[in-house]
Design a protein around this ligand. Structure first.
Ligand SMILES: Cc1cc2nc3c(=O)[nH]c(=O)nc-3n(C[C@H](O)[C@H](O)[C@H](O)COP(=O)(O)OP(=O)(O)OC[C@H]3O[C@@H](n4cnc5c(N)ncnc54)[C@H](O)[C@@H]3O)c2cc1C
Length: 284
């Protein structure tokens, strides 16, 4: 199918983009990498009157580190994160996850901000954002506001972003020494959206897990920070009993939606298996 007709604008600055959004309101859609939006247009799931292409706004791209935080512009492409030595060193979880997002051609166009704004519950970045405790910087006509990742994902493909707002950047607190991470997912084929996945971070302190974060993808309407499983691990050393306790807690707090290929109990089972593997990888 072909997309319905739409007008097109390519502003060069953020204020110009926000002015267009303000003018057109819910009739407008922001266009970033187009890797999700164009498919929804072609399938006629969305029919905006105007696309506001933000790819000409240079200030929305780039990776920098200052004041104990890594800042990634919303327009930074998946492939830029994949190739970034700064990300590999400072936020290794993102480097571990990025190769599992689709295929190289899609990673060359798709953006971090587009993935977060689209909020597919099986996507890699939203779960990673929960695990790294990211903060999102959002611009609107009346200025900027900040939303924590944990408060951002509201429901299936639904976020705290308002129609006249643009996600500008993501800030991630740097972690000190001793932190380790693992990103694991199961998909039918490499590059497919995950059936289930986990983004895991913990500090290993004298052999014990501290500041444990387990964020899951593909097992609910939003990415999920599994607080019960995290609590079951916190302060303990790696052992079969601790893994089993985390897996049991996880079973109580996940309520997956089945998809075309996997029933809810299968997804819960896979999330439990991935939890065991992620903890083993972090403890190794
Ligand atoms: C075949 C295929 C396979 C894929 N597989 C995966 C996968 O395995 N894992 C995965 O995570 N993704 C996958 N994707 C999606 C891909 O990662 C997209 O890049 C991503 O979901 C959206 O980013 P984008 O920059 O292309 O956004 P777009 O498609 O341009 O926009 C997506 C949505 O976000 C909004 N938006 C974009 N940027 C902003 C912003 N800065 N502020 C406010 N709103 C904004 C748009 O208005 C639109 O509603 C796949 C895509 C394809 C085509």
């Amino acid at each position: 199918m072909k997309a319905p007709k739409f007008a097109y604008a390519k502003p060069a600055t953020l204020p110009a983009a926000l002015a267009l959004l303000d003018q057109h309101g819910e009739e407008a859609k922001v266009l970033a990498g187009g890797q999700s939006l164009v498919a929804t247009l072609n399938m006629r799931l969305s029919s905006p009157a105007i696309l506001i292409d933000i790819t000409g706004i240079a200030a929305l791209s780039g990776i920098s580190t200052a004041n104990g935080k890594v800042r990634i512009g919303a327009l930074t492409r998946h492939c830029d994160i994949e190739r970034s030595a700064e990300i590999a060193k400072s936020v290794p979880l993102l480097a571990q996850a990025v190769g599992q997002i689709a295929h190289a051609a899609i990673r060359n166009a798709g953006t971090l901000g587009g993935s977060i704004a689209f909020a597919d519950p099986a996507a890699e970045w939203p779960a990673c954002m929960l695990a790294v405790d990211a903060e999102f910087i959002i611009a609107g006509k009346s200025g900027e506001r900040r939303v924590q990742a944990r408060d951002f994902f509201k429901g299936l493909y639904t976020t705290a972003l308002q129609p006249k707002e643009i996600l500008v950047a993501i800030e991630i607190p740097l972690l000190g020494a001793g932190y380790r991470s693992a990103f694991l997912e199961l998909a039918r084929r490499h590059g497919d959206y995950a059936i289930a996945g986990v983004a895991a971070i913990a500090k290993l302190d004298a052999g014990k897990f501290r500041d444990v974060r387990l964020a899951y993808l593909g097992v609910g309407a939003t990415p999920i920070l599994a607080k019960g499983a995290m609590a079951a691990i916190e302060g303990n050393a790696y052992s079969a009993e601790v893994v089993a306790a985390a897996q049991q807690a996880l079973g109580r707090e996940l309520d997956p939606i089945g998809d075309l290929y996997s029933a809810p109990p299968t997804k819960t089972h896979l999330a439990r298996v991935l939890t065991g593997r992620a903890l083993a990888a972090i403890a190794a």
